[in-house]
Design a protein. Structure first.
Length: 393
């Protein structure tokens, strides 16, 4: 057995800790900060609260970006960093704010001539420079785990591509996880981000890059989601549920950042790109299917994971995932999209994302056709029966 574990992010967890931003910045000698946050945080007054907590260390705000941030918005933020001589970044929000801030912290750390545009690196395989501005990540959802990962998921709308970029320069210097910031998150967003947490944990566990520390974190995170996500969804002001979901989110982020996600995340990208299905909901749509498929892993890890979580086997875990999805009112299929065979063929093609190669079982076009045809017709194909047919053949 050989494995490595690295986690360079300083984590501060607890209610009310967002108030420590100014103190932390001064301790670290950080000044001329840029707050990267969505327009909703500006309108709600949360951005101003963070500026006040910054005690003069944060001098500018960048909020002109969209959900699923575009590469052009990263370049615009990087240009602001250069023109205002920004010294560090505070990223406040969900995955969109954190992903944009990570990429801009690298692109904006050098001149346009020396570093170029983020499009030079998005989907090209070209490695990013490691030089970056210090980044303090403050998540407002219990979802992406982006505050502790080296991943930035960006969209190039002009090219029709949404894909992650991985770089060690994307690790934040500090993550402040304050559960109080999640209390006002709407139930639907709570559901989507919570299912993203579950997908990260489960996929990180069964990924071919799995290792013992990440395994332990994945199991812990998944247990928390099954117990506390329904409570956070049903009673948004439930303090324990919100805290434990924040715990699940950061733990799942630690669980998957090294092993990487797999099949459900690979399929989520075309579902989001083509049909605007929220990322976490798109992951949840296929997670039970791939749980059944991956039960065929000869190492038996998926069945072992199921038993660790209190289920009889992989089928029991898949049933629990489907039950949770229904409890949260998330979509069960894509029948409403009216897809034809050409649409399904495009989904199959676009699902061959590099994350698919991390799956413990080889996912074939036949698997993907079964999945998407089942979803398009109003229900999920029984993956277990498909596996039995393949074995008999």
């Amino acid at each position: 057995m050989k494995w490595d574990y690295t986690q360079p992010v300083d984590i501060r967890f607890g209610s009310g800790r967002v108030a420590e931003i100014g103190e932390v910045a001064r301790e670290r000698g950080l000044y001329r900060g840029l707050l990267v946050t969505g327009g909703h945080s500006v309108r709600s007054g949360l951005a101003q609260r963070v500026l006040d907590h910054g005690r003069g260390t944060i001098e500018a705000v960048f909020s002109e970006f969209s959900p699923n941030p575009d590469v052009t918005e990263v370049d615009a933020c990087a240009e602001l960093i250069r023109t205002q001589d920004i010294g560090f970044i505070v990223a406040l929000g969900g995955g969109s704010a954190l992903d944009l801030a990570k990429a801009a912290s690298v692109i904006g750390a050098g001149s346009r001539e020396s570093v170029g545009s983020i499009t030079d690196y998005h989907g090209t395989g070209k490695p990013l420079p490691l030089t970056h501005l210090p980044l303090i990540a403050v998540p407002t959802t219990a979802g992406t785990g982006s505050e502790v990962t080296c991943v930035s998921v960006l969209t190039n709308r002009a090219a029709g591509v949404k894909a992650p970029i991985v770089s060690n320069g994307f690790y934040p210097e500090l993550a402040i996880i304050d559960p109080e910031l999640t209390y006002t998150v709407p139930p639907y967003v709570t559901a989507c981000t919570g299912m993203d947490v579950l997908s990260q944990a489960i996929e990180g566990y069964w990924s071919i890059g799995h290792q013992p520390i990440c395994d332990a974190l994945a199991v812990h995170a998944a247990r928390l989601v099954f117990e506390f996500l329904p409570k956070a969804f049903a009673t948004p002001d439930n303090q324990e549920a919100r805290e434990r979901m924040c715990e699940a989110s950061v733990t799942a982020g630690l669980a998957f950042t090294l092993p990487k996600t797999t099949s459900s995340h690979a399929c989520s990208f075309p579902l989001t790109n083509r049909y605007g299905i929220a990322h976490g909901e798109a992951c949840a749509l296929t997670l039970d299917y791939f749980t059944r498929i991956n039960a065929a892993d000869p190492e038996g890890r998926v069945n072992a994971l199921a038993r660790s979580l209190g289920y009889r086997d992989a089928d029991g875990l898949a049933d629990a995932i489907a039950d949770l999805r229904r409890t949260l009112g998330l979509r069960e299929n894509i029948a409403d999209l009216g897809l034809d065979e050409s649409d399904i063929a495009a989904l199959v093609r676009d699902s061959h994302h590099p994350n698919l190669d991390n799956n413990p079982v080889v996912i074939t076009d036949d698997n993907l056709l079964d999945l998407y045809r089942g979803l398009a017709s109003g229900g999920t194909t029984n993956a277990g029966e498909h596996n039995e047919r393949e074995e008999r053949q």
